[in-house]
Design a protein around this ligand. Structure first.
Ligand SMILES: *[C@@H]1O[C@H](CO)[C@@H](O)[C@H](O)[C@H]1NC(C)=O
Ligand SMILES: *[C@@H]1O[C@H](CO)[C@@H](O)[C@H](O)[C@H]1NC(C)=O
Ligand SMILES: *[C@@H]1O[C@H](CO)[C@@H](O)[C@H](O)[C@H]1NC(C)=O
Ligand SMILES: *[C@@H]1O[C@H](CO)[C@@H](O)[C@H](O)[C@H]1NC(C)=O
Length: 320
């Protein structure tokens, strides 16, 4: 796959205003915003399957940390990965039972080809900013591939950039991306997500931060107490779901190949029931910390995970 076709996790707010009308393949009307308030729940979202391979079976996720992340930040994200393959998420007695992050990921198994089990592989750290603090899109793959490949298995090489790393197009039109790699003995896909905290929390850490544009609702309290990293979890969830269901730009998506709406990006902005543009929906709240969440993972972690398109019902499915 020589050509580069990035999935773009588009700004939430821009999506609300400009992309939702595209769901219906009708030209945007002069007052798209009013239309959309009615559209969020009703518009049929249909991701078409384009006959290409998906990532199924055991998929090794290797992680390259670029720039400074604290050990706590790294453990939030590694716990998130591990929560996707662990069915026995620990439920705390004092909280109502809540859906697991594992059950969220299980929806990917209903896309053709059966389950996909993510296994965290090697992690590499680059605290020294070896390519500087400004990264071009063309450098993303070489950075992502610094994490080791596990031969003969399917791989996702994930590059995570710290909040002080400026990545080309980060914040301009994307919070993260995935790129096709090789299809040999094992299939390889590259993914990148940046910490938006100091660059664009209003775009890439919503709903934990006030949105930059559009309808405003009060920000939610981030479940792991880190607005930037909890925002990265949402972007990672989006990118990972897209990476396994549309790894080579010919899997499941709606719209055009160069700007596809994928498993989660087709459901942008929905986290719970009754979501509408600017309002993430009704989610669970931890009475002790005030944090909003809709999924529980390993080590008692809580996450707020975005709705995912469910091929069985052809609807965006939120966990709560
Ligand atoms: C995935 O890995 C597990 C444990 O290593 C193994 O038992 C299982 O057969 C593997 N599944 C596939 C589809 O290769
Ligand atoms: C949390 O607070 C809400 C509203 O005050 C209440 O309805 C709910 O029962 C509480 N949950 C727990 C587990 O205490
Ligand atoms: C889940 O991931 C962990 C590490 O990421 C791995 O040790 C474990 O074998 C995986 N479980 C399954 C069922 O693959
Ligand atoms: C990072 O830079 C420090 C100081 O320049 C150096 O001592 C260290 O070896 C470097 N680490 C890596 C992994 O290159």
């Amino acid at each position: 796959m020589g050509h580069k076709n990035t999935f773009t996790l588009t700004f939430l707010v821009i999506t609300f205003i400009f992309l939702l009308p595209v769901f219906s393949n009708t030209p945007p009307k002069a007052t798209p915003f009013k239309r959309m308030l009615a559209l969020v729940q009703q518009e049929p979202v249909i991701l078409k399957y384009h006959n290409g391979p998906l990532l199924k079976g055991n998929v090794t996720v290797s992680v390259h940390w670029y720039g400074h992340f604290t050990p706590t930040q790294r453990s939030i994200i590694i716990d998130f990965f591990q929560s996707l393959n662990t069915s026995s998420a620990t439920h705390q007695h004092h909280h109502p039972p809540s859906p697991s992050a594992f059950s969220w990921w299980q929806t990917t198994a209903t896309y053709r080809g059966g389950p996909c089990t993510l296994i965290v592989g090697d992690q590499t750290l680059d605290d020294n900013y070896s390519l500087g603090k400004t990264i071009k899109t063309t450098e993303l793959i070489s950075l992502a591939s610094k994490s080791k490949k596990t031969s003969n298995s399917n791989n996702i090489h994930v590059l995570l950039t710290a909040s002080d790393v400026e990545v080309e197009d980060f914040c301009m039109n994307q919070c993260g991306t995935h790129l096709p790699g090789r299809v040999e003995k094992g299939k390889t896909v590259y993914a990148w997500v940046g910490n938006p905290m100091s660059q664009c929390p209003g775009e890439c850490a919503w709903p934990f931060h006030q949105p930059l544009y559009g309808p405003q609702s009060p920000p939610l309290v981030a479940p792991n107490g880190d607005v930037g990293v909890d925002g990265m979890v949402i972007s990672l969830a989006t990118v990972l779901a897209g990476a396994v269901t549309n790894p080579f730009s010919n899997g499941y998506y709606q719209g055009v190949e160069s700007a596809p709406l994928e498993a989660v990006s087709a459901c942008t902005g929905i986290f719970g029931k009754d979501a509408y543009p600017g309002y993430p929906g009704n989610v669970l709240v931890d009475n002790t910390t005030g944090a909003s969440y809709n999924a529980v993972g390993v080590n008692g972690r809580k996450f707020l995970l975005p709705a995912m398109w469910d091929p069985i019902t052809s609807k965006c499915k939120a966990l709560v």
